[in-house]
Design a protein around this ligand. Structure first.
Ligand code: SAM
Ligand code: SF4
Length: 326
């Protein structure tokens, strides 16, 4: 078991399989100064598999593939098949652009949880946020998932004056469909022009829904859940809020992140990383490095100060979200 010094067991690994993306969401991949890694720095399919297998030996029970955009990886299915053979829970976070291409393998390989990013229900705004004129395609692919009995989670990064006027549209979307909408508080990363004033906090989201006269029912959350789940009375779908900024959920954190270039991050906000790819390529034992990395995990927010403290910008790591893998 991978335990940190606060007795938190880590059994969930998120692997970024590419640092590249076919979208350029303003909050994730600011176009300026975006350098991508050369292919020889990225983990190969076999290296992803080898590392995943080592982690499974250390007690990892769930792996989520993310990026960048995982579905643009040329060997995506091969990666999925190899990880499937490790008999663990497999999950995916995607912008859903190429989802229709993969729906049958997803069913065959019993992909458990699929998170789809969709920040707006308006086509013109979608283009502004993502740089891609693809709202209809993404919407249709979400419908396709529902038709194939998947219950996708829809990730909505809320940003003040950009899409906070759509909270009720997303809530109403859950009325007749078994979808799970997750409002994510906007997080700071290098060069995404984050400001605390742009964050739409948990209490504001709930107040807005209450003011509209809806009855909110609190649902039970799993022990390691990063979100607080709710449902509007008599609605088919559910919603949740991921309040990384206003109410961090570090107490029960069970997550470890692996970047596309094989660096271990023990928190989204970690200020240091552990390179496990180079030693793996040198045939060294990477288990002690993994254990040391988890052992050094901070109790809260990767050791960052409160988000109200402007010093946070000096301390943020020089990694963009697209490089870390959300
Ligand atoms: N391309 C895939 C996608 O968009 O779902 C996977 C990678 S993306 C980095 C993973 C998640 O991180 C997405 O749900 C995205 O909305 C979220 N994300 C990216 N930047 C963020 C930020 N600054 N604050 C909060 N969430 C962010
Ligand atoms: Fe690409 Fe996902 Fe980042 Fe958008 S959030 S730029 S889709 S990696």
């Amino acid at each position: 078991m991978l335990k940190d010094s606060f007795n938190r067991v880590h059994d969930y690994l998120r692997i970024s399989i590419t640092d590249k993306c076919n979208f350029s969401c303003t909050y994730c991949m600011p176009i300026k100064n975006c350098h991508f890694l050369p292919n020889n720095k990225l983990m190969t399919v076999n290296e992803i598999y080898t590392i995943a297998k080592i982690f499974v030996g250390l007690g990892i029970k769930k792996i989520r593939l993310t990026g960048g955009e995982p579905l643009i990886h040329p060997d995506f299915i091969q990666i999925l098949e190899k990880l499937h053979s490790l008999k663990l829970e497999l999950a995916l976070t995607t912008n859903a652009y190429y989802l229709d291409k993969y729906i049958h393998p997803f069913k065959q390989l019993r992909l458990g949880s699929i998170n789809v990013s969709l920040d707006t229900l308006e086509a013109a705004k979608f283009l502004k946020i993502t740089g891609k004129n693809a709202f209809e395609k993404i919407y249709n692919n979400i419908v396709l998932l529902l038709q194939h009995n998947f219950h996708p989670k829809i990730n909505v990064v809320l940003i003040k004056d950009i899409n906070d006027n759509e909270i009720m549209n997303f809530i109403n979307w859950t009325k007749d469909l078994p979808i799970h909408v997750r409002f994510i508080e906007y997080m700071p990363f290098e060069a995404n022009r984050w400001n605390l004033n742009y964050v739409v906090p948990l209490n504001e989201i709930l107040n807005k829904i209450n003011e509209e006269g809806y009855t909110i029912v609190k649902l039970n959350d799993t022990l390691n859940s990063t979100s607080k789940s709710f449902q509007i009375k008599k609605f088919k779908g559910t919603f949740a809020i991921i309040s990384t900024v206003s109410n961090p959920f570090c107490d029960n954190c069970n997550r470890i992140r692996l970047t596309a270039d094989g660096k271990l991050r023990n928190c989204l906000f970690a200020q240091s990383e552990t390179d496990i790819l180079t030693p793996l390529r040198e045939n060294k034992n990477i288990v002690p490095l993994i254990e040391k990395s988890i052992g050094s995990k901070f109790k809260l927010r990767g050791g960052l100060p409160d988000f109200k403290d402007q010093q946070i910008f000096k301390k943020l790591s020089k990694r963009k979200m697209i490089e870390i893998g959300g």
